[in-house]
Ligand binder design. Structure first.
Ligand SMILES: Nc1ncnc2c1ncn2[C@@H]1O[C@H](COP(=O)(O)OP(=O)(O)OP(=O)(O)O)[C@@H](O)[C@H]1O
Ligand SMILES: [Mg+2]
Length: 358
């Protein structure tokens, strides 16, 4: 199946003679080598595919190149090298007019500090993208109200932005993005300015909305816990490069290098992992026959611990057809929660050689 969005060997270099800089980076130069000439390699050789309905998170520290990458995805920035394909169409091959049309109808952006128009009602703010598209007033108000309701703002349509809290204003931003019915949402640190509780609330709301809306979302964050909660897959960026792409479980259990390993040290594993990620897939078989409680592949880690505490033998993991697909011995739970990657999972890599952190 064709992915909704595809980045192919994207480079973005700011400064003098960018093409030359790309050549140097291709030959192995890194950011620091270029910096001396006043040139910044903001994004280096980034490739990934985002499927329809997927939340793809780009995670990295400040300056790692996340926003630059995102701006290339909707054609606001032209790549120095490489291509962006949206539904198979190369963005750089589009005319300005085609690109503007694509951006106004198919792609929406939500920023960290969402700038609402202060002299427009909440409804007119949410309807802004539709107004730009020339949608008649009655229809755009109906669609704006629907989007506001989805974002938990029913009843606030006529309010002014300054009557809303920061979290509510951010919801208006999200409603504006949803109102246009764009297929692709690009979210740049959209929740980062919010208080922790409100932020979590917004994450929940996005996940809830996503169950029915099935948008394709690229979500930028510097917060690994947020990345793990939201991302179907996560790309970790460092100094312009994507150093690992994978599911939250891949990244937690099989960090690609010491950099990623040091990043995940503080992640609450118990909130991310499920039975499928930690089970031993070569069970003996007798654990499932005792008539005891069992787990499913998607049983959360915390529940698994509670279950394990009630049983005297490993927890059996059964699939939807009640077939035994794995077992979880208690020591595996302890190993995963500790600083170890869990022996079986660490051995999956590199033909059994454990290459964990330094
Ligand atoms: N227009 C520009 N001109 C020159 N350099 C730029 C420009 N935009 C970004 N950069 C540089 O490119 C690098 C990546 O910046 P970018 O904004 O993409 O990082 P980021 O990961 O989004 O960071 P943050 O988390 O702080 O938002 C930085 O070194 C930045 O200074
Ligand atoms: Mg940024």
């Amino acid at each position: 199946m064709q992915p909704r969005l595809e980045a192919e060997h994207l480079f973005k270099v700011f400064g003098r003679r960018p093409d030359e800089a790309v050549e140097r980076v291709r030959k192995g130069a890194d950011r620091d080598d270029l910096r001396g000439d006043g040139t910044t390699a903001a994004v280096i050789d980034a490739s990934f595919r985002v499927e329809e309905g997927e939340i793809f998170v780009v995670m990295g520290l400040s300056g790692s190149g996340k926003s630059t990458l995102l701006r290339m995805l909707n054609g606001l920035l032209e790549p120095t090298a490489g291509r962006v394909l949206f539904d198979g169409r190369d963005l750089t091959a589009l005319t300005d007019r085609e690109l503007r049309k694509l951006r106004s109808e198919r792609i929406s952006m939500v920023f960290q500090h969402f700038a609402l128009f202060p002299h427009r009602s909440v409804r007119d703010n949410a309807a802004y993208g539709l107004e730009v598209q020339g949608v008649p007033r009655a229809e755009r108000e109906r669609r704006a109200d629907e989007a506001l309701a989805l974002c938990g703002l029913a009843g606030w349509e006529k309010a002014w932005p300054d009557e809303l809290s920061g979290g509510m204003q951010q919801r208006v931003g999200l409603a504006r993005a949803l109102a246009t019915d764009a297929d692709l949402l690009l979210m740049d640190e959209s929740f980062s300015a919010l208080d922790p509780l409100i932020r979590r609330d917004m994450q929940d709301q996005l996940l809830e909305l996503q169950k029915t809306l099935r948008k394709t979302i690229v979500f930028i964050t510097h917060d690994l816990n947020e990345a793990m909660r939201l991302g179907d897959r996560i790309a970790v960026m460092r100094d312009g490069r994507i150093v690992q792409t994978g599911t939250a479980e891949d990244i937690l259990l099989r960090p690609a290098n010491d950099y990623v390993a040091s990043f995940i040290q503080d992640v609450d594993r118990s909130r991310v992992l499920t039975a499928a990620a930690v089970m031993d897939t070569e069970p003996r078989g007798d654990e499932a026959d005792c008539g005891c409680e069992t787990a499913a592949p998607d049983t959360p880690f915390t529940e698994l611990c509670a279950l394990s505490a009630r049983l005297t033998h490993p927890v059996a993991v059964l699939d939807a057809g009640r077939t035994l697909v794995g077992v979880v011995p208690r020591q595996r739970l302890v190993g995963v929660l500790g600083d170890e990657h869990g022996e079986a999972t660490a051995c999956d890599r590199d033909g059994g050689k454990v290459t964990g952190r330094a």
